[in-house]
Ligand binder design. Structure first.
Ligand SMILES: *Cc1c(COP(=O)(O)O)cnc(C)c1O
Length: 385
């Protein structure tokens, strides 16, 4: 096959802009220097509006899961009862962390591929007899590609008890979503670097509000490296308790420059344009979508091709066109495919995967799809201002 540029459309890791790579490779500097303190100050403040808070965002050396665990051990004590919303592989991750720490766990299960239904959740929550310390959920459940109504969840659980902590995993959507922690009554919001934030893998982020900072400070549970209050207190002195991932933190400057020049509102719009154009194209190609339009994440789209097409699509996208997409996780392995469109991905990058799909499908279905998906895509994109 002739040369094709690699196109990475996975729901993490995602492509890295040159400017981010540039900052990543700058000469190493000491972390107890004024220059590093200034960088840390700027990037932790620069991340705040992307997370929808006015507090500087804590940066951990670790993947997204380190931020999930940090959020949990800094809100929950051994004897506490907590609720974990499980709608896919990453809800299960929260559940497993809770099990590892032997918390009293109440799981609200949602069928994979569906968004949380408030009526069902309220009746589940109402019948809990123990006081609940914290509620954990994903905003985007990456394994199924739905987004959950966190604003409604936040308002509901706080209306029952204002002290309950609301912890949201936004790993695969922060950077692509109009987030506002106060509006949605979120106390802790976590993310990872390698998804919609167009950064290299290796950083976990933890955002909080001025209000929740006090609640975090009162946490008495056992912890050492992931003591969130310690990170927050140090961050207010523009420093970190331990050696931070210096190069990675410098690379955030590149991401912030891109977001600043694009305008964050446009960054968000770009993700929705990818989603809407892609979904319309997939429908035109007779490829069933896994989740309803109203629940679909702006960052990743799942399709349910028939069994005989599923492996061919994924492997030929890679072998013939150098396009990487993802399969399903857990019991969805071999059942769905996921096309990531988060971070440094633009609507016109969707054209490549759509046109490659047209060629593959025309070949295996023995009928021409050429131009069908592209036309549907253009019809959507040309209407977006
Ligand atoms: C990717 C992801 C994580 C964290 O995964 P890591 O491999 O630890 O970075 C957590 N939650 C969601 C929703 C994710 O998409």
């Amino acid at each position: 096959m002739y040369l094709n540029q690699p196109v990475l459309l996975s729901p993490g890791p995602t492509p890295i802009p040159d400017i981010v790579n540039h900052y990543l490779t700058l000469p190493m500097i000491g972390h107890r220097t004024e220059s590093f303190q200034k960088i840390l100050h700027d990037v932790s403040k620069g991340l705040a509006p992307i997370f929808g808070t006015d507090q500087p965002v804590v940066i951990l050396a670790g993947s997204g899961t380190s931020a999930l665990e940090t959020a949990m051990v800094n809100t929950v004590d051994k004897d506490d009862h907590i609720v974990v919303i499980v709608s896919g592989a990453f809800g299960n991750r929260f559940k497993k962390i809770a099990e590892a720490y032997h918390y009293h766990l109440h799981v609200f299960e949602i069928e994979w591929g569906k968004a949380l239904d408030m009526t069902a959740f309220m009746s589940f929550y109402n019948q809990l007899t123990q006081p609940i310390k914290a509620v954990f959920t994903q905003l985007c459940e990456t394994s199924t590609t739905v987004i959950h109504p966190i604003e409604q969840i936040g308002h509901y659980i706080k209306s029952i008890d204002d002290n309950v902590l609301f912890v949201v995993d936004g790993v695969s959507i922060i950077g692509a979503y109009d987030m506002d922690m106060s509006r949605d009554k979120v106390d802790i919001l976590v993310a990872g670097s390698q998804k919609a934030l167009m950064l290299p893998a290796g950083m976990g982020f933890v955002a909080y509000t001025a209000e929740s900072r006090k609640k975090i400070a009162s946490s008495k549970s056992d912890k050492f490296y992931f003591n969130l209050s310690l990170y927050i207190d140090k961050l207010f002195d523009d420093t970190t308790p331990f050696t931070p991932p210096i190069g990675l933190i410098q690379s955030i400057r590149g991401m912030l420059e891109i977001v600043e020049s694009e305008g964050f509102e446009n960054t968000v719009k770009r993700h929705y344009a990818c989603r809407d154009g892609l979904r319309s194209a997939l429908k035109a190609l007779d490829i069933p979508l896994f989740v309803d339009d109203k629940d679909a994440s702006p960052t990743v789209t799942a399709i349910v091709p028939i069994q005989t097409e599923i492996n061919i699509i994924k492997s030929r996208l890679l072998s013939d066109f150098n396009i990487t997409i993802a399969g399903g996780q857990a019991h969805l392995k071999g059942k769905i495919l996921r096309i990531g469109h988060m971070g440094y991905v633009t609507p016109f990058d969707m054209l490549k995967v759509i046109s490659a799909l047209e060629i593959i499908l025309s070949d295996i279905r023995g009928k021409s799809y050429l131009g069908k998906g592209l036309t549907a895509f253009q019809e959507v994109i040309s209407c977006i201002k």
